[in-house]
Design a protein around this ligand. Structure first.
Ligand SMILES: NC(=O)C1=CN([C@@H]2O[C@H](COP(=O)(O)OP(=O)(O)OC[C@H]3O[C@@H](n4cnc5c(N)ncnc54)[C@H](OP(=O)(O)O)[C@@H]3O)[C@@H](O)[C@H]2O)C=CC1
Ligand SMILES: CC(=O)N[C@@H](CCC(=O)OP(=O)(O)O)C(=O)O
Length: 338
């Protein structure tokens, strides 16, 4: 059994890691860290985990004894914890944005923080970086919005079909983490749709980084908060480069080929639209629509669960890759609809 420690285990993604690893055939959570809940049973914070004998400890990174550590901590905190873990020979999967950028100055500009220093990290989107992930000791798990947006559009960038991509995403409130705040207060969220950071969300440069690795595309991104708990529905509008002739049927062929061996990406046919509640609780990304309009716009829609494919499930997929397990170990279940 591979032994796991989770730092930030009292948060939403930490709770999902514990829930999902509980069903993993080759990995076991040995220790969970929380500063606030040190000494308390895990089920006092994550009531769904009643029956588990895990108890929160305030783990220090220089004394953690584990094969793999998940840092489910906020950006800024992860980069202070991780260097020591790597020095001690532990493999690390970080759920924050701290190691996602190949260029530190992009991170510093968008996160408004000084970085503590570059480390050899791989961007943990298995559908693009599978072979590098297998060889890495530090995985930068992708952001939740970038996961849905990149999966919806990367085949277009790879084929150099489009030059402009506008991403419009709707997210559930669990994306904001477990700490209460005014923006997530029930009366402010309920019966409402709230766009935020309309031209300045830090996930825009992350999406841009991955898409422009294949062709010259410009990305814009606007997120909206909607009154659901889990899920991200992304509508991507991509504008066809001059002299390209593309139809809905051709698009579906391209996407099916691109994702034919991917265990967690499902392509919907007949212009079907993905549903948020079909992916709830699962590690699947559903991709559909594949419409082309008369103005030269391609519309592709994706749905993921932000806490699973957008965070903890994808992190476990990455663990499976770095540990040489079957990619679907611990993740082989459908969503929870209705
Ligand atoms: N929620 C989501 O959908 C997604 C989140 N992410 C990223 O994953 C990470 C975790 O997110 P999420 O679970 O939602 O966040 P939460 O706020 O729910 O949990 C984060 C946990 O980290 C711990 N923590 C905070 N600061 C520190 C610190 N300085 N040192 C050690 N531990 C600390 C806290 O636990 P305690 O105070 O008990 O120690 C807290 O419970 C973040 O970087 C987030 O951006 C990525 C994709 C999706
Ligand atoms: C609803 C909501 O607030 N969502 C968060 C999602 C961010 C997130 O978790 O992403 P990182 O891993 O890059 O921090 C946001 O928009 O900031």
């Amino acid at each position: 059994m591979v032994e796991i420690a989770i730092i930030g285990a009292s948060g939403y993604t930490g709770g999902e890691l514990i829930r999902l690893i509980h069903n993993h055939p080759k990995a076991e959570v040995k220790s969970i860290s929380s500063r606030k809940y040190e000494g308390m049973d895990v089920s006092k914070v994550h009531s769904n985990l009643i029956g588990s004998d895990l108890i929160f400890e305030d783990l220090k990174s220089d004394s953690i004894d584990a094969d793999v550590v998940f840092t489910a901590t906020p950006h800024g905190a992860s980069m202070k914890i991780i260097p020591k873990l790597l020095e001690n020979g532990v493999k690390v999967i970080d759920l924050s944005g701290d190691y996602r950028f190949r260029d530190i100055s992009t991170y510093e500009k968008w996160y408004g923080l000084t970085h503590t220093g570059e480390l050899d990290a791989v961007y943990g989107l298995p559908e693009i970086h599978r072979e590098e992930i297998k060889k890495s000791n530090l995985i930068a798990n992708p952001g939740c919005f970038p996961t849905g947006a990149i999966l919806a559009t990367i085949p277009l960038s790879k084929k150099k079909l489009v030059d402009r991509i506008v991403i419009d995403s709707k997210t559930g409130v669990s994306g904001g983490g477990a700490s209460p705040s005014e923006s997530f207060h029930f009366p402010n969220v309920s019966d409402n749709v709230n766009p935020y950071n309309v031209i300045s969300h830090r996930h825009m440069p992350e999406i841009q980084q991955e898409l422009e690795a294949f062709s010259n595309v410009r990305v814009s991104f606007t997120p909206h908060l909607v009154p659901v708990i889990r899920g991200i529905l992304t509508t991507s509008h991509s504008f066809i480069r001059e002299n390209n002739d593309i139809s809905s049927e051709k698009l579906i062929k391209i996407y099916k080929k691109q994702y034919k061996d991917e265990p967690f990406v499902k392509i919907l046919e007949n212009n079907e639209i993905p549903k948020l509640n079909s992916v709830r609780g699962s590690n699947y990304a559903h991709i559909g629509s594949f419409e082309v309009d008369e103005t030269g716009r391609i519309v592709i829609v994706s749905a993921i669960d932000n806490l699973v494919k957008g965070a903890s499930g994808q992190a476990i997929h990455n663990m499976n890759l770095i540990c040489g397990f079957n990619e679907t170990d611990g993740l082989n279940h459908y969503g929870l609809t209705p």
